[in-house]
Design a protein around this ligand. Structure first.
Ligand code: GLA
Length: 443
């Protein structure tokens, strides 16, 4: 991807006294399958996109950091770099930059955290579930790494940086897993990646030869701030409660010693259960569709207050209780589907991959409840237009779908979806084939 010709020029105009800038680049990503599994220690299967964030950067005397965007909706920001950087109010875009600096300061512990000037530009559709925010964090981190005099792959490995930044992004208030940072740093031009967590492991998987992944934007903003942040965080919070209850059940069935920190520990921890054994354990842990806070407290032998203090905070409890049975089922079945999707890609079996994507959408919608009417309509429109698989992608509640389409049907599909979902008024960026690019780096 060529350097945007005007980014360095704009940088020089904005910061006329700064030294010559360099450019860090981080791509967006689309997740093919494996949704809300990463923070549960279960696998995902994403790939990078051509669309990216670029950060032009130059050192600056003192500790001041100046941050500008080429997009007017992001106001200029300025802050002091320090061992502990206080966050701006929730929703402020500079928090993503602060998150990166704080993460690297914690790791490298510079005696006097240095300043820098940054100008950010981006081509990743925003609030669309394509990871524009994590790409911003990674681009700022790569910029700052160089300002610190550190070299990627020498002073810190890509996999180490991915893990560090997954943790660092919690600074902005979301409790995401590690998928986005990992694929942005370790993905590449000709492959998707199956990623496992705790510890982070990456396997390159080939892309279909005669099919393409097409991204369709529902145009419903998938914000990760404000109300949407609470909706996203409900996943990680309820997962903690699920784990506590599963741990209790496993202790009674196997041994008091067993600890379940994440659901993935059932497969990959000391227990090493099979898919069927996990299914059995979960059905005994959650015999009814819903579990009230009181029932969970009675089962765990602690108070409802303690459950809130430890895991749920002020998460609203529905009248009938939390749908823990369905949530656990989504994680278990999604894990099975990711493994099968990896196999389908290796075997070049597009119809199988497509049907796994369709099942994943159903599970995301019915069991994990992260879809919305627009995403459901968009998925149906794509299937009607010839997609062999169609599902929401990313955190959900809006944003995009990812669709597996025979290459020969690409144009027909784009036209049909434009007519059916967008009624002919699709903005230019709304429907496009996913084209993977290099992982993050310097230009
Ligand atoms: C967001 C998070 C990821 C992951 C997805 C859902 O993109 O940042 O860690 O949880 O949602 O799969």
């Amino acid at each position: 991807m060529p350097v945007k010709p005007d980014l360095k020029t704009s940088f020089r105009q904005i910061y006329p006294r700064a030294p010559e800038p360099f450019i860090a680049r981080a791509p967006g990503r689309v997740n093919i399958i494996g949704e809300h599994t990463d923070y549960n220690g279960l696998p995902v299967l994403p790939m990078t996109l051509l669309q990216h964030i670029q950060a032009a950067c130059a050192p600056r005397a003192g500790a001041g950091v100046r941050l500008r965007s080429t997009r007017a909706e992001f106001p200029p920001a300025q802050f002091e770099n320090a061992p502990d950087i206080p966050p701006s109010p929730p929703g402020a875009w500079e928090n993503y930059c602060k998150a990166a600096l704080q993460g690297l300061n914690n790791h490298f512990k510079p005696a006097a955290p240095p300043g820098m000037d940054l100008l950010v530009s981006g081509s990743i559709p925003m609030r669309a579930g394509l990871s524009s925010s994590s790409a911003l964090v990674v681009a700022c981190a790569l910029a700052y790494l160089r300002i610190l005099g550190k070299t990627l792959d020498k002073d810190i490995s890509r996999i180490g940086l991915a893990g560090l930044l997954a943790e660092a992004e919690h600074y902005v208030g979301t409790r995401g897993g590690g998928m986005d940072q990992a694929i942005i740093l370790l993905g590449g031009r000709n492959y998707a990646c199956k990623i496992d967590f705790f510890p982070l492991r990456i396997e390159q998987v080939p892309l279909p030869a005669d099919h393409v992944f097409v991204i369709c934007n529902s145009l419903v903003a998938a914000n990760k701030t404000g109300e949407a942040l609470h909706r996203y965080n409900a996943g990680p919070k309820l997962s903690k409660l699920i784990c506590a209850l599963v741990e209790k059940q496993a202790q009674e069935e196997f041994s008091d010693e067993i600890r379940i920190e994440r659901l993935g520990d059932l497969w990959y921890g000391h227990l090493c259960l099979t898919h069927d054994e996990v299914a059995g354990l979960l059905s005994r842990t959650f015999p009814t569709p819903t579990t009230t806070l009181q029932q969970a407290a009675d089962r765990l032998g602690i108070s409802t207050r303690e459950i809130r203090d430890r895991w749920l905070g002020d998460l609203h409890e529905p009248a009938q209780g939390f749908n823990l049975q369905a949530r656990a089922r989504h994680m278990r079945t999604e894990c099975v589907r990711v493994e099968a999707a990896r196999g389908a890609l290796l075997d070049r079996d597009a119809p199988l991959l497509g049907s796994l994507m369709n099942e994943s959408h159903k599970s995301c919608a019915d069991d994990y409840q992260i879809s919305c009417p627009e995403l459901d309509r968009l998925v149906l429109a794509a299937r009607r237009a010839g997609a062999v698989g169609a599902r929401l992608t990313g955190a959900g509640f809006g944003g995009c779908t990812v669709n597996l389409v025979p290459r020969s049907d690409l144009h027909a599909l784009v036209a049909a979806v434009q007519k059916d979902y967008y009624r002919g008024y699709a903005p230019e960026f709304a429907v496009f084939p996913a084209d993977p690019s290099d992982g993050a780096g310097y230009l």
